[in-house]
Design a binder for this molecule. Structure first.
Ligand code: PRP
Ligand code: URA
Length: 206
C-alpha cells in the first residue's frame, strides 16, 4: 500500500525545506515538526490488546499497543526524523542502518547495521526523508526481513514516483507512507523539484 498524505500543513513545511536558503538548523526543526505530525497517520492501523484497568470510577478493559515499536532511521538523513517520532513514541527502540548511495552507480551500500536479531513481534518503522530510486529503502527492508520483520512501514517525506513504485514492487507486503510525491528523478538520481541532498542539508555538510 502506498499512501501519499498531502496534508496542507505538512506540505507547507516541506515548501520551506525545499527553499535552498533554508539553513541546517531550520531544516532540522522543520523535519522534526513534520515527522511528529506524521505519527498519527503512520500508526493508525497498529493493533491493540485490551488490558484491565481500575479507573477512579470502575474497573474495565482498555486498549494498549499490542507490539513494541522499533524505528529504523537510514543513516544519515533518516536521523532527522527520529526526534519527532520519539517525541510521540518515547518507548520506541531505535535500530540503525547505514546505507549510502554510490553516486556513480546509484546503488546502495550497507556500511552499518545495529538491529535486534528478532523483529517478528515488532512494528518496524523505516525512516528516511527521501525515496529516490528506492534502492536504499529496498536494501534496508531486505536486511530487516532477514531478521524476520513482518510488519514494516516505510516513512518518507518526499518520493519520486519511480522510487515508490520500485519499493512497492520489491516489497508489496509493506506499507509506504510519504508526505508528498514529486514529479520525477533526474539523471543523477535526484528527486525533482525535490529539496537537494537531505543528509547534507540536515547536517550542514554541503
Ligand atoms: C539519500 C537519502 C536516502 C537515499 C535515497 O541518502 O537519505 O537514503 O539517498 O536514494 P535512493 O532511493 O536512490 O536509494 P545518501 O545515500 O545520500 O546518504 P546520506 O543520508 O548519508 O546523505
Ligand atoms: N537523496 C537525497 O538526499 N535527495 C535526492 O533528491 C535523492 C536522493
Amino acid at each position: 500500500m502506498i499512501r501519499i498524505l498531502n496534508h496542507p500543513v505538512i506540505n507547507s513545511k516541506i515548501t520551506q525545506l525545499r527553499d535552498s536558503e533554508t539553513k541546517p538548523a531550520e531544516f532540522r526543526r522543520l523535519t522534526q515538526e513534520i515527522s511528529m505530525m506524521m505519527v498519527p497517520s503512520v500508526t493508525e492501523k497498529f493493533s491493540t490488546v485490551d488490558i484491565e484497568v481500575q479507573t477512579p470510577v470502575e474497573k474495565s478493559f482498555f486498549p494498549i499497543l499490542a507490539m513494541p515499536i522499533v524505528i529504523v532511521p537510514i543513516l544519515r538523513a533518516g536521523l532527522g526524523l527520529v526526534e519527532g517520532f520519539h517525541a510521540a513514541l518515547p518507548e520506541a527502540s531505535v535500530a540503525h542502518i547505514g546505507m549510502a548511495r554510490n553516486e556513480e552507480t546509484l546503488k546502495p551500500e550497507t556500511y552499518y547495521l545495529n538491529a535486534p536479531q528478532e523483529l517478528s513481534k515488532a512494528e518496524v518503522l523505516v525512516l528516511d526523508p527521501m525515496l529516490a530510486t528506492g534502492g536504499s529503502a529496498i536494501a534496508t527492508v531486505d536486511e530487516l526481513k532477514k531478521k524476520n520483520a513482518k510488519k514494516i512501514t516505510f516513512v518518507g517525506l518526499l518520493s519520486a514516483p519511480e522510487g515508490s513504485r520500485a519499493l512497492s514492487n520489491a516489497h508489496p507486503d509493506i506499507d509506504i507512507i510519504i508526505a508528498t510525491q514529486d514529479r520525477e528523478l533526474n539523471d543523477q538520481g535526484y528527486i525533482c523539484p525535490g529539496l537537494g541532498d537531505a543528509g547534507d542539508r540536515i547536517f550542514g555538510t554541503i
